[in-house]
Design a protein around this ligand. Sequence first.
Ligand code: ITT
Length: 200
Amino acid sequence: MSYIVIATSNAHKVQEYAKLIGDEKVELKSLLDYPGFPGVEENGATFAENAAIKALAACKYCDVPAFADDSGLEIAALDNRPGIYSARYAATDAERIARVLGEMEGVTDRRARFVCAIAIAINGEIIESFEGEIKGTIGFTPKGTNGFGYDPIFIPDGMTRSFAELTDAEKNAISHRHNAFVKAQEFVEDQMSVLDEDFN
Ligand code: ITT
């Protein structure tokens, strides 16, 4: 079976993509399978730029098609922080959440969105990138233990439970990652059907 590398060392992202992709068509590997990967500086100004940086680096290092996910939480009242700095906002998930809740103390506008950019690299070149989002609000206290990152304080619009109170399947059906992935999947399927037509 052919495989594709996801340019991440975040085991939670790997697990979410494994479920989104399913195991029928292509095997998924990640940078956790390439312990020698030297890492790459995420110095882009946008989610899409950082996804491209990571996808290219992994594609070149692993010498196979790769895709990357750069994602984060944008909070309206905080001028869209933490944004592309979501992973770097503090040292641990608990401290990142505590920092956000501290900055949101007394703030009534709780609107936020999760954003996910996916970039696909083949033969050392970025071929396309896609973005997905989910809108919601920031809770007042962390709730739930599923998921990762800021999930305990993010309540998707139309729901009363936080992302961390949803099952994996419930989160995966509506998340920013799902929404970006569906666009990427449509693109890949279109490309494959063009290749099939050319071949036949
Ligand atoms: P890689 O760069 O190795 O992929 P990372 O965790 O550093 O791993 P990012 O730079 O894309 O990834 O940062 C994403 C951060 O945004 C992540 O660490 C979480 O803090 C937050 N985040 C992204 N998606 C999330 C989700 O579905 N649920 C909760 N938090 C999320």
